[in-house]
Design a protein around this ligand. Structure first.
Ligand SMILES: [Fe+2]
Length: 139
């Protein structure tokens, strides 16, 4: 499976957010490493999937806190995109927890969805808040 490789074009110009995006991808890459191990155990996969969901929610909430605090103009549509990610991941996680025989397929879907969603979301939506965040002193 294709892992995520960080490139400068993914920077939103806010160091703390870039760091969170890198962690988000790092956990997804850890999940891919685990999926590819022949001795992969479903419980380990579920543990990383939970870590990914937990970290994703933490990261998306961080952005949303700034949106509210700073009255960011595109808050509603941006949060709708976050909701799409959170909803999908919640469903996949629940499926992983109840279908151990489908672990590999579901974990691959989770990893692929996370990489595709986050890459596109950074490039198309997060970058729109760069200048606004910078003006309001978010580092
Ligand atoms: Fe975002």
């Amino acid at each position: 499976m294709q892992k995520f490789i960080w490139k400068e074009e993914y920077s939103v110009g806010v160091a703390s957010i870039d760091e969170q995006h890198k962690n988000f991808f790092r956990i997804t890459n850890d999940l891919i490493d685990l999926i590819e191990r022949p001795d992969m155990a479903p419980e380990d996969c579920i543990a990383i999937a939970r870590e990914l969901e937990h970290y994703a929610v933490y990261h998306l909430t961080t952005e949303e806190r700034y949106f509210h605090e700073l009255s960011y103009p595109h808050t509603a549509e941006h949060i709708r995109e976050h909701d799409h990610y959170r909803d999908k991941v919640r469903v996949l996680l629940a499926q992983l927890e109840t279908n151990p025989e489908e672990t590999k397929v579901l974990a691959e879907e989770l990893a692929n969805f996370s990489i595709t969603w986050l890459s596109n979301h950074i490039l198309l939506s997060d970058k729109k808040y760069s200048a606004f965040f910078e003006r309001h002193g978010v580092h």
